[in-house]
Design a protein around this ligand. Sequence first.
Ligand code: CA
Length: 504
Amino acid sequence: MTHSILRVLAAALVFGGLGCSSDDEGSSGPPNILVVMADDHALQAISAYSGLLNSTPHIDRLAREGMMFRHALVTNSICSPSRATILTGTYSHLNGQFTNWEQFDGAQVTFPKLLQQAGYQTSLIGKWHLHSDPTGFDHWEVLSALAGQGTYYDAEFRDGNGTITREGYVTEVTTDRALEWLEQRERDRPFLLMLQHKAPHRDWQSSPAHLDLFADTTLPEPPTLFDDYQGRASPAAGQTMEIGRDLSETDLKLIRPPFLPERIWPEWDAAYDPRNRALEELMLEGDDLVRWKYQRYVKDYLRTIASVDENLGRVLRYLDENGLSDNTIVIYTSDQGFYLGEHGWFDKRWMYEESLHTPLIVRWPAAVRAGSVDDHLVSNLDIAPTLLDAAGAEIPAHMQGRSMLPVLAGSAPADWRTSFYYHYYDFDFPPLTFHDVQRHYGVRTERYKLIYYYLIDEWELFDLDNDPTEVSSVFEDPSYAEIVRELQAELTRLRTELAVPQDP
Ligand code: CA
């Protein structure tokens, strides 16, 4: 605790971030914490990271005023497990959330509980998707329809008392509720607010305001849109998450999506009907039809992100106007990354780069150098220890992540991790499996990635320097035999250190 405060003070002296705004409410004492999490937000769809597809000025502002992590990795690239890891600072095999189907065990230690014990007011608003009732929050209201996925319009929220339908577009409504909570909070205590959006999760329904965004644009295609899955183990070809084959008519907006309120139909139909008629006239087939589907899918996805970004802008403005920006840690992240046509895919799950990575941007003027970019291997495991450290609370020894405060202060410890363990389980796992991605675990280092599909005993090794798009496994290449031996030993070491049970 003492060390973390010293580090913050040291960083503040270096960057001159403390004490400039003494009239701010709560400008001294433990920092407020605002975690804004989108669902399935790919790095490729944030202009601070990529700039190829869209513009996200408010997320970019956080990057400009804080630190952007280019290698923030998730332990298990799917929604509920990632959320459990963020809350607990542990891997799936410790927190019990292997897939989207288990009920999260809310009796276990989470960072919101520990912050609550440390005197924070804690609040959770939006998508939860962990099935059990949230614990550790003074206030919570979460999306409840569709097994916790929620709907884009007129979403049903539940709290400890029951459910209520809130009319409007979910990203705006979730933000409204967060701002209302901020407004009525107790001003003499620090707060933790987790503002968790549904967007841009499937099935990518735009707000009325953005239905025409990108309408006259042709977005660039990723180089692997027409991946043939050669040169890899068998699972890459065995999945069911291809844009060309596996998107449904509602995903593609060829028919009106379910749960779209009738009052929205006129605007919706005015946007999609002419485009869908044009498609019919074109009679596209083969690769041309895949190209069309790619454009439709990614444009709808990006439309939902335009709302996420605008609504982040509303929250940042609230912090500015209420003197809270200096002493509030703002984190923008997602539960994992996502495929926007890379390997021909939508969705996540794989240890391949696009879904292994998640956006992570941290703004904290007192301790983080503005506009910095970091390439250390950090993880969603590290969020809980980092926030506890920042609040001056004890980090429980069983947590498997590490405080990023020194990294944020620009002085990463020499022994920061140089390898990272990953494990995906949601295959042939009751009651349902989507997208047929084989179970796998593996290790990523700065240059290499070794993946083991353990139910079928197949391996892949990627040399990310030579093959950044991961289309050519060199596992069988004799010139990599030594690397394979080293990485297999590292994988064994990590599994032992992390207490991963034997499979299956
Ligand atoms: Ca997700």
